[in-house]
Design a protein around this ligand. Structure first.
Ligand code: DAH
Length: 340
C-alpha cells in the first residue's frame, strides 16, 4: 500500500501539471477525492484490511498524502484564479488614449452671429435692446414714421397685408415709435428683428430678412454724434482700417437723411468686382429724426433732437464674409453653415 500511495502521489503531480483550468482542476480533485471512485478514497477504504500492526504506519502515510494533495489543489486553484483574472484584465483592457467619437456640436446661425455682434457693439456703447411686434398696424409702420398715404412703400406690391388694418412690418422702424410712446428721453436703443417685403427671392432679395434699428434721442444731439457713432460701430464691426462716407439721401422719418458707405475692404478703395469699381460699399441708411415724427409721439421737437439708423443684418453678413447670394442664409445647407 505504501507503494500504491507513492504511485498516486506521482501520477497526481503529473496530471496536476497538465491541469490548465479551474474545470480541469475540479476534475482532478474528483478523480482523487471523489466519494465513490476517487483513487485516494478507494485506497483509504483498503485501510480496513490492513493488519493492525501496519495500520498506524500506513494510516499516517495516507493521511499525510491526503493533506499534501489537498493543499496542492488549493494552491493550484489560487494560482489559476489569479491567472484567469489576469487574462480577463488583459482581454478587456481599455485604451484610454484612443480618440473618442466626436459628437456633432451645433452652433449659432451666421445671421444670429452677426446680429449678436452688432448688439454687443451697441450694448457696449450704452444702448439697450428693444423688441416690437412683427404684425403691425399701418399707423406704426407708416403714418407715425411720416410715410404719407400714397407713398409707394404702402402699396400692396411692397407690403404683405394681413387685413385692411394689419400688415407684416416692412422694417424695424415702428419700434422707434413704440419705444418713444412709452419712454421719455434720453433714449438709446437698438431693435433687432425680422421684417417682411413682397419681393421675389433672388440673389439680393428675400421676402423675409432681418434688420437692426437704432435710435438715440436727447437734448443737443447733432449729426456729428450720428457720424461718430456709426464710424465707431462700422470700424468695430468690419475693421479699424474701414473708411466711412455719408451720402445725402431721403427717408421720410429722418431729415436730413444719409446713406452710409464703407471703403471696399477687398480693393481698399481702388475699385473691384465687389464694390462695382466704385471703391465703396453701401451698408446702411441713417439720419436725424424728423421733427414730424417727434410730434406723433409728443416729444417737443424744440427741445429734443435725435438720430436713427437702419442696418440690414443679411447685408452686413454678406459684405463681411463676401457672400454673393442671400438665399444661402435660408437653405440650411450644412456645407454653407459649417463655414461659420
Ligand atoms: N427703415 C429703413 C428701411 O427699412 C431703414 C432705415 C433708414 C432706418 C434710415 C432708419 C433710418 O432708422 O434712419 O429701408
Amino acid at each position: 500500500m505504501l507503494e500504491k500511495s507513492k504511485q498516486i502521489r506521482n501520477t497526481f503531480y503529473e496530471e496536476a501539471n497538465k491541469a490548465n483550468s479551474i474545470q480541469e482542476l475540479a476534475e482532478l480533485r474528483d478523480s482523487y477525492f471523489g466519494r465513490k471512485r476517487g483513487l485516494l478514497t478507494l485506497l483509504m477504504k483498503q485501510l480496513r484490511d490492513v493488519t493492525p500492526d501496519n495500520r498506524a504506519e500506513i494510516g499516517k502515510e495516507l493521511n499525510e498524502l491526503k493533506l499534501e494533495l489537498e493543499s496542492a489543489l488549493e494552491r493550484m486553484k489560487g494560482q489559476l484564479e489569479v491567472q484567469v483574472l489576469n487574462d480577463r484584465l488583459a482581454s478587456e483592457q481599455v485604451d484610454v488614449t484612443l480618440p473618442g467619437n466626436r459628437r456633432l456640436l451645433g452652433h449659432a446661425h451666421p445671421l444670429s452671429q452677426v446680429g449678436n455682434e452688432i448688439e454687443d457693439i451697441f450694448y457696449s456703447m450704452g444702448y439697450s435692446i428693444e423688441d416690437g411686434p412683427e404684425i403691425e398696424t399701418p399707423y406704426y409702420n407708416f403714418e407715425a414714421l411720416n410715410i404719407p398715404e400714397h407713398h409707394p412703400a404702402r402699396d400692396a406690391q411692397d407690403t404683405f397685408y394681413v387685413s385692411d388694418s394689419l400688415l407684416l412690418r416692412t422694417h424695424t422702424s415702428p419700434v422707434q415709435i413704440r419705444t418713444m410712446e412709452t419712454r421719455r428721453p434720453p433714449l438709446r436703443i437698438i431693435c433687432p428683428g425680422r421684417v417682411f417685403r413682397h419681393d421675389n427671392p433672388d440673389a439680393t432679395h428675400s421676402p423675409v430678412f432681418h434688420q437692426v434699428e437704432g435710435l438715440a434721442v436727447d437734448e443737443g444731439i447733432t449729426f456729428a454724434d450720428l457720424k461718430g457713432t456709426l464710424e465707431y460701430f462700422l470700424k468695430a464691426f468690419f475693421s479699424e482700417r474701414t473708411k466711412v462716407r455719408f451720402r445725402p439721401s431721403y427717408f421720410a422719418f429722418t431729415e436730413p437723411s444719409a446713406e452710409v458707405d464703407i471703403s471696399c475692404f477687398v480693393c481698399s478703395g481702388k475699385g473691384c468686382r465687389i464694390c462695382k469699381m466704385s471703391g465703396w460699399i453701401e451698408v446702411l441708411g441713417a439720419g436725424m429724426v424728423n421733427p414730424a415724427v417727434f410730434n406723433y409721439v409728443h416729444y417737443d421737437p424744440e427741445r429734443y433732437t435725435g438720430f436713427a439708423f437702419g442696418i440690414g443684418i443679411e447685408r452686413f453678413a454678406m459684405v463681411k464674409y463676401s457672400i454673393s447670394n442671400i438665399q444661402h442664409f435660408y437653405e440650411s445647407d450644412l456645407r454653407f453653415l459649417e463655414q461659420f
